[in-house]
Design a protein around this ligand. Structure first.
Ligand SMILES: *[C@@H]1O[C@H](CO)[C@@H](O)[C@H](O)[C@H]1NC(C)=O
Ligand SMILES: *[C@@H]1O[C@H](CO)[C@@H](O)[C@H](O)[C@H]1NC(C)=O
Ligand SMILES: *[C@@H]1O[C@H](CO)[C@@H](O)[C@H](O)[C@H]1NC(C)=O
Ligand SMILES: *[C@@H]1O[C@H](CO)[C@@H](O)[C@H](O)[C@H]1NC(C)=O
Length: 348
């Protein structure tokens, strides 16, 4: 069943390829053998209808002026005659109104290029802007605008300065209109030092100064080897607890299984554990980047267990062993050392 379907698909693809090739060659033969006239020139504001490439002997093209344009000279109908077009190129002139100047903050509705006679453009000032001069509506009359477009002026505030470290800004976006508030807050682990949590745009200037915050949490707790804490990471804000457990085969010797960050200092020292069960600590991973291991073995590392190590892609073995066995509480062999391929070692 599947085989039949695959065969049908192949037949279909072959048919499509054959068809498109046939179409392409038909098209190109027609192109080379029967296009008698070149593309007729189409003047600015003019449009060609009723004909197309390739142009055959006797073929007629019609030309018209687009909306907003008027014929000044040339022909609206031309014939392909012995390799050239009869008549003259249609020339059209723009009779509509000119493009309107861009004015920041001024929005326009109801009119689109080309602007034809009687067309109205209506303006308004966007948020944060007020009217300065000009007309709210201008009308296109005999190729000229009846008035001057509205101009607007930004009366809002500048973009507030970037919040300092540990601070975030929210709830405000450009344009910052009068009366708009920006609020600031301290990120986790940080406390307010000075400034205002809300600043308001008044008469084009910000009232108040943005908040500044400082880190009041704890330093990173000291690293441990025989114990670990699953969820103990930055920021260590006040009240944060880090709970330690001994690794497999290890027993506690000193320290506290839970330490808490209080006023920027840890309440105790992290739990230290040493190996008490037979077996090994995690195998040495080597001294250089590019060493990836242990593979195919994990804690608890029992007596007799073998771990294989390998170099990362792009690295090659320089020295050491790719296999090590837990023997009498120690790993056999030398730690694997990998170096980047095609590079010399700089230190030993
Ligand atoms: C333009 O505005 C005038 C006056 O309000 C109105 O009479 C005319 O119909 C408008 N033109 C168009 C094209 O809407
Ligand atoms: C355009 O504005 C000017 C001055 O602001 C005013 O004198 C004129 O009458 C306005 N024109 C129209 C068509 O509203
Ligand atoms: C800005 O904050 C003030 C005081 O809290 C409030 O009265 C005002 O409505 C706020 N403005 C906006 C645009 O939310
Ligand atoms: C932390 O451990 C030490 C000794 O291991 C102990 O004296 C101290 O009370 C412990 N602190 C807390 C907060 O448990």
């Amino acid at each position: 069943m599947l085989r039949l379907r695959v065969q049908l698909t192949l037949v279909l693809i072959a048919a499509l390829v054959w068809q498109s090739e046939a179409w392409w060659s038909r098209r190109s033969t027609r192109r080379t053998s029967t296009s008698v006239c070149p593309n007729p020139p189409t003047g600015f504001g003019a449009m060609q209808t009723g004909c197309g490439w390739p142009y055959e002997e006797g073929e007629t093209c019609e030309f018209v002026c687009r909306d907003g344009y008027r014929r000044t000279s040339g022909d609206t109908s031309r014939n392909c005659n012995g390799g050239t077009w009869t008549g003259e190129t249609l020339v059209c002139e723009y009779t509509g109104c000119g493009r309107l100047p861009y004015s920041p903050g001024a929005w326009r509705t109801g009119c689109y290029w080309p602007y034809t006679d009687g067309e109205n453009c209506t303006f308004y000032c966007g948020e944060g802007y007020i009217e300065v001069s000009g007309n709210y509506t201008v009308t296109c009359q005999d190729g000229t605008w009846s008035g001057t477009p509205l101009t607007c002026e930004y009366t809002g505030c500048e973009v507030p300065e970037e919040p300092s470290s540990g601070v975030r800004r929210k709830d405000c976006w450009w344009p910052f209109a009068n009366g708009e508030n920006c609020t600031y807050f301290c990120v986790r682990g940080h406390s307010e030092v000075s400034g205002d949590s809300t600043v308001t745009c008044r008469d084009g200037a910000w009232s108040g100064t943005p908040l500044t915050c400082e880190y009041t949490g704890c330093e990173r707790p000291p690293l441990t080897s025989g114990s670990w804490s699953p969820v103990c990471w930055w920021p260590y804000e006040n009240g944060k607890e880090c709970t330690y457990t001994c690794r497999d085969g290890h027993s506690p010797v000193s320290g506290n299984s839970t330490i808490t960050c209080v006023d920027g200092a840890w309440s105790g020292i992290p739990l230290e554990c040493i190996r008490t069960a037979p077996g090994c600590n995690p195998p040495p991973v080597g001294r250089r980047y590019g060493t990836w291991g242990p593979r195919r073995c994990r804690s608890p590392y029992e007596e007799g267990e073998t771990c294989t190590l390998s170099c990362l892609r792009g690295y090659q073995q320089e020295s050491g062993d790719t296999s090590t066995t837990c023997t009498g509480g120690q790993w056999t062999g030398e730690p694997l050392v990998c170096t980047r391929r095609g590079r010399q070692t700089t230190d030993g």
